[in-house]
Design a protein around this ligand. Structure first.
Ligand SMILES: C[S@@+](CC[C@H](N)C(=O)[O-])C[C@H]1O[C@@H](n2cnc3c(N)ncnc32)[C@H](O)[C@@H]1O
Length: 373
């Protein structure tokens, strides 16, 4: 089985490296669950999973059926339906935008005029975007419209610059760029909702978590990053995300196999130490640990995991008697925490990162596997 949500640091690829090491167990425990790649590969009969991220855990709890699953399902399919209808919405105004763009390109119209005309055109056609601008879905339809307009204009000015510098774009590229701008506006609107939802909009938990899920699926490279005000600020994933099969992913979330596996799983939202200190753990359990890395890059949900947390984790693991495997990026600090410790074994493997974050392309990283059996 595959993870249900895109999550940075997912360990699908590492499974091959550790699968032969995993001991027989009657219950699977994962204190840093995230997307739970190894859990979905192993499909344990019984499990306890945990993560400190509240929205993530609420998401799993909705799917598990502990909360109003029907309401959550309806909210999430509203995103799927409207996201799928975007090409239809674009059809309504695309020819006019292309004509406008051509006038702008040969300086028959300036940026201000372009903005005014696009705004008028979209506003006059608002009622044809059946469903998209319903308050129940958009929450703040005017902001949604403004975001779409803003993204369209910014795209058009960028394309003009590119065409002037490098010549005409290939046929079809203008269309793809208009679509990307529209989708990006849609995404930015709901990103604003996510950042402001508790203070500005009174929305149900089901809507909040479905919105969160949509943003996690469509943000660039499933990254986390927050500005000084604490707002999530990763942009839309871009042109490559336009044709993602969102519906299949959501169908999978609500499939019987997912329901079945989560039914037998205790899902918790606390600090890892509470899990590792549970009195009911036995030697028949197996603990898989995939904590954040020892770098400032791994700030999940604004809560950074610093050196003190790494030490706190190591201290728990020195004394724990239940079989565990921990995977973590090998840095001098981490290596020192675990080397030459009684009862603790180490091995390592290389991982190639395919992230295309500026200056961080395709690096090779060594991973340390720490285990106690
Ligand atoms: C590397 S990710 C886990 C990825 C996961 N194994 C997967 O396959 O997607 C680390 C996770 O630890 C969580 N986390 C950070 N601090 C934590 C803490 N103190 N206790 C529990 N979980 C924490 C983060 O929210 C994040 O989801």
């Amino acid at each position: 089985m595959q993870p249900l949500i895109k999550w940075p640091g997912g360990k699908s690829k590492e499974y091959e490296q550790i699968k032969n090491l995993i001991p027989k167990h009657s219950r699977y425990i994962e204190p840093f669950f995230g997307g739970g790649a190894i859990f979905f590969k192993l499909q344990p009969k019984k499990a306890i999973v945990n993560d400190i991220c509240e929205e993530l855990i609420e998401f799993y709890r909705f799917i598990q059926g502990k909360k109003n699953k029907i309401e959550f399902k309806n909210c999430l399919y509203d995103y799927v339906d409207n996201w799928e209808k975007i090409p239809k919405y674009i059809n309504i105004f695309e020819n006019e935008i292309i004509k406008l763009y051509n006038d702008y390109k040969c300086d028959k119209k300036n940026e201000k005029e372009v903005k005014k005309i696009i705004t008028e055109k979209l506003k006059s056609k608002e009622n044809q975007f059946n469903g998209l601008f319903f308050e129940k879905f958009a929450l703040d339809p005017n902001n949604l419209l403004q975001e779409i307009i803003k993204n369209l204009i910014s795209k058009i000015t960028k394309i003009k610059k590119i065409e002037l510098e490098r010549g005409l774009l290939p046929d079809g590229d203008l269309h793809k760029n208009i679509e990307t701008a529209f989708r990006s506006g849609f995404y930015m609107h709901f990103r604003n909702i996510m950042n402001k939802n508790t203070s500005k909009y009174k929305i149900s938990l089901a809507k909040k978590i479905s919105n969160y899920y949509f943003i996690r699926e469509f943000c660039y490279a499933s990254m986390f990053r927050f500005n000084a005000k604490g707002d999530f600020n990763i942009p839309y994933g871009g042109i490559a995300y336009n044709n993602k099969d969102f519906r299949s992913k959501v169908d999978y979330i609500f499939s019987d196999e997912v329901e079945k596996i989560l039914k037998k799983t205790e899902i918790l939202n606390t600090d890892f130490e509470t899990i590792l200190n549970r009195k009911d753990l036995t030697k028949k359990d197996f603990i898989f640990l995939d904590p954040p890395y020892d770098t400032d890059f791994s700030n999940y949900e604004k809560k950074s995991f610093d050196k003190k947390d790494q030490e706190r984790l190591a201290k728990c693991l020195y004394k724990i008697k239940i079989p565990f495997i921990l995977i973590i990026k090998k840095t001098p600090f981490i290596y020192n925490l675990y080397k030459n410790k009684k009862g603790i074994n180490l091995t390592s493997f290389e991982k190639t990162y395919l992230y295309n974050v500026k200056g961080r392309n395709n690096r090779n990283v060594e991973h340390l596997v720490v285990y106690n059996f």
